[in-house]
Design a protein around this ligand. Structure first.
Ligand code: DC
Length: 201
């Protein structure tokens, strides 16, 4: 049986960690939809037209090692403003969402545009400073020497672009459960997500 869990929110709010844990808890498949935009963004940086890249994305594009960095993130946020890029990625995401056995998708527009009919919707957020602090620690652990101020500027820049674009902007669905992780540790955030989803099952 299909059961879709839509998890949206701004950059570095904890969506990825929560989504992976929720998928493991319920035995559902997980799709990090940000990776699709990152893969298109990286191909744009290499000179491919982004609409063309979105229409011809392959599984290998999603396994590249350079998708997690700041350059890929910024490029992703730029290509994500192009309506034709978004529509080229729509069918794949919708098919994934309705697969038998259940699916968790995390992104910006899952509960509003990709799966407005999702059985459970969460909007995961945290203050920009908390998100920048977490992302900074992650980048440092991965060997990056980016400063906290540069990470905060990057987060604010992406927030503005993701929220202000005209197609599928970042916004909570009316029926999403809001989880603010600013003052929560990972375990508490995962527990809050599972409780909210259980209430819809
Ligand atoms: O979740 P992320 O940081 O990997 O996403 C990278 C960018 O991709 C983000 O700044 C906006 C875009 N994105 C989007 O527009 N819609 C989605 N469903 C997922 C990501």
């Amino acid at each position: 049986m299909a059961f879709t869990i839509a998890i949206d929110g701004p950059a570095a709010a904890g969506k990825g960690t929560i989504s992976r844990a929720v998928a493991a808890h319920f035995g559902f498949a997980h799709l990090d939809t940000g990776l699709l935009y990152r893969a298109v963004g990286v191909r744009m940086l290499e000179g491919t037209d982004p609409v063309e890249a979105a229409a011809t994305l392959t599984p290998a594009d999603l396994e590249r090692g350079d998708l997690r960095g700041a350059a890929a993130a910024q490029a992703a946020s730029r290509v994500a403003t192009i309506p034709e890029v978004r529509s080229a990625l729509l069918d794949f995401q919708r098919a994934f969402a309705r697969r038998a056995g259940g699916a968790v998708l995390d992104g910006r527009d899952i509960g509003t545009v990709i799966c407005p009919e999702a059985e459970a919707k969460l909007f995961v957020t945290a203050s920009a400073e908390v998100r920048a602090r977490r992302r900074h620690a992650e980048l440092r652990a991965a060997g990056s020497d980016m400063t906290y101020d540069a990470v905060l500027a990057d987060v604010l820049d992406r927030d503005a672009r993701d929220r202000d674009r005209s197609t599928a902007p970042l916004i909570a669905a009316d029926d999403a459960v809001l989880i603010d992780t600013s003052a929560m540790d990972i375990a508490a955030a995962i527990a809050a997500a599972i409780t909210a989803i259980d209430a819809r099952r």
